[in-house]
Design a protein around this ligand. Sequence first.
Ligand code: SF4
Length: 346
Amino acid sequence: MSNSDNREQCSVKLLPMNQPISVEALAPRRRHPVSKTWTVEGIEALFNLPFSDLLYKAQGVHREHFNPNEVQLSTLVSVKTGGCPEDCGYCPQSSRYETGVEDKPTMALEEVLAAARLAQSRGATRFCMGAAWRGPKQKDLDPVLDMVKGVKALGMETCATLGLLRAGQAEQLKAAGLDYYNHNIDTAPDYYGSIIATREFNDRLDTLDRVRGAGVKVCCGGIVGMGESRTQRAAMITTLANLDPQPESVPINMLVRVEGTPLANAADFDWSEFVRTIACARIAMPDSMVRLSAGRTQMPEAMQALCLLAGANSIFYGEKLLTTGNPEAELDRQFLDKLGYVPQTV
Ligand code: SF4
């Protein structure tokens, strides 16, 4: 596909600076063909829009593709915490950093199912099981297969995030009833090596191919606020948007700075840039669930509301993510009620 196609998609870029953008130019178009190829320049042009124009455009796309007053609730539980051999610079679960996170054994099946039942009783429709592995060995995978079967039997959507998958493992997860596999690209291809040295960007893409090949839906997003440039944020969104098919779920995380990790002292990240990232993800991936993920405990309610207005339509729900905090479920219910959002049902 040529650049001119992309320019058509982002035609507002061509208007002179400081000239008001017509409502017509920003009016939501009909459905974007999913096979459309985005360029970094095209996504960066969206980032560079005046904030109000960007949000207007994102909200228009959002309304075309989703009920704008529905939010999907996912609960994430760490079924195997700590002791990970990888060196992801943001992660308190890496065994390379002194963060106070202990290496714990894999949770028992009944414990996981109890957590899933609790999440379901609070309104969560998707239950995500995370494990701190580079990737599962078969002896690691076997108990997770039982967890997936058990959670699926409760009538919830199932998701797992277990690291890199080897040939055949995605098929086993699919057979157990896995709906989604989470595997984030984390950041831009050209910034990946600054954050993680123990694997390469293409390793991530290989696992995503395996997940797709097995017929499991893809949950894939990234983290912002790790010192990347706006162009690199645009490159991350571009990579996600050019996955074919696009990921069904796109978690956008704000870096949670954890003492002991290499990114503990990362610079403050501006709230408006985070909202812009959500808006760009929504515009570039109109049919994906864009999840406002890690970092919400540091976000004022008004900022979270702006993220929802920018097209986020999913949140992690429950007091804890893998090891970092998340707003209390009751506070989230009050927040969503106040704004008239209703939980999406499966
Ligand atoms: S992000 Fe995952 S792979 Fe990386 S160190 Fe943490 S648990 Fe390990």
